[in-house]
Design a protein around this ligand. Sequence first.
Ligand code: ACM
Ligand code: ZN
Length: 541
Amino acid sequence: MKKTILLLLAALSAAGAFAAAPPALVPQPRLAVCDGDEGLQLADGVRISVPANNVVLFRVAEQFAQWMEREAGLRLAVAESDGPLRLTLDESLGAEAYRLTVGPDGLLVEGGTEAGVFYGLQSLRQLVSQYGTALPALRIEDEPTFAYRGTMLDCCRHFFTVDEVKTFIDILALHKINRFHWHLTDDQGWRIEILRYPELTRVGAHRAETVLGNNSAAYDGKPYGGYYTQRQVRDVVAYAAERFITVVPEIEMPGHASAALASYPWLGCAGEGYKVQTLWGVFPEVFCAGRDTTFEFMEEVLDEVIALFPSEYIHVGGDECPKESWKHCPECQRRIREEGLRDENELQSYFIHRIERWLNAHGRRLIGWDEILEGGISQSATIMSWRGAAGGIAAAKAGNHAIMTPNTHCYFDYYQTKDPRQEPWGIGGYVSVGKVYALDPYDQLTEAEHPFILGVQANLWTEYVAGMAHLQHMLLPRLAALAEVGWACDRRDMESFRVRLGRRAPGSMSGAATAVRPTSSTARTNNSDNSCKKTQIRPSV
Ligand code: ACM
Ligand code: ZN
């Protein structure tokens, strides 16, 4: 074997390197310790070995080799035989947990499942970004606090191509996020091909023009549109799955329905006069809850959706549904009478329940925004708390599962700095990186209620986010803060986070050629109110 392709066991001053610059990992692992004096020098040709017949780990290793070539100019080889970089499973670990050990004899990444190994390799990418190919001897162990760690992207207000969505997914993967909530239908565009209902994309995927800024009097005069074919959706779902990310689709109902109603006017109470909206906001055009044809439509749409998305959870929206048209619709009023409902709030509840029954009968579970609490929900529905934490708290206290995504901490369409003039045009609000970091998912809950909180999520609505540079500005570094809430909720330390964030080089690792670095102003934002202290396990760095 040629010398150049040998693993060089360098007598590095590894302990010194570790002490001078401890691993700047985000999220902060449970344990990161210096593990000896002698580190490891990676070099071209070093073999990554995986257990025989584990095709998933083989693919994970190949993925890692590609990252190393792109990010460190290092050409690693993948083999099933013994190699100095070993990926393996240790079933005594939790499903998403990993252990990463670096020493002079090689490097070992052990995961409870393949997902754990994948997360160990995300840490390794960060280590190589920090130390280069001369790694100090160390041991890192980690496991996430929350099983659900999500990020939502709204592809309706502005459309992002498949390649752009994949770049977004790459950024999530690097941050060990495991759910991509894909907002696919809304007033301003229906973005998913449904074979049974072609007008949804022929008509509903296009708007005549777009409002300029937030001034409803001025428009750009340019037709705007786009949608994902089912083939593209499958491609995105597979791409995400290779990064251990489940895609949770959102098909909005009964509100935010203008694009669907413009495509098939019989879906609305008035039966005519709809258009794909050209400005932002909440609109009175909603699905008719009285006609059975609406439910037949929904079930046929969902039939195609569940065939495309293996996600256990399907998001049905449920937010911001004005009830005016239901008040004047004879069919909706007949439904209220015949079902013995008290009012239009209960009619919304009827709508969601009926869809949930269908989803459950097809082996899936329903998630909805916190408005679905109004008028009552079933015990099996999961609430996404967005109007602050109140909905999530109420849900958990009622024994429903909840995902915490309060606008006060998790709305990445809000400005990040106190002076919005420093930032691209946005929707308003103020969610600094420190604010995200300070999210307490267990606020006001007893310990017995904690298990009802499945996790946390950031939401990136895109009314004012029309391209990738802007998207990344909104996402980073706030996503790093969310990732730390998701993985290290019990041991957050804003000062340490700020230092680690400053040390890492996101541009080299985001998977995006145009990654935007965090601005110093956002990275400097400080908020040390980390009130989520379930257990006190202190990292040793
Ligand atoms: C929402 O922000 N309307 C869920
Ligand atoms: Zn109606």
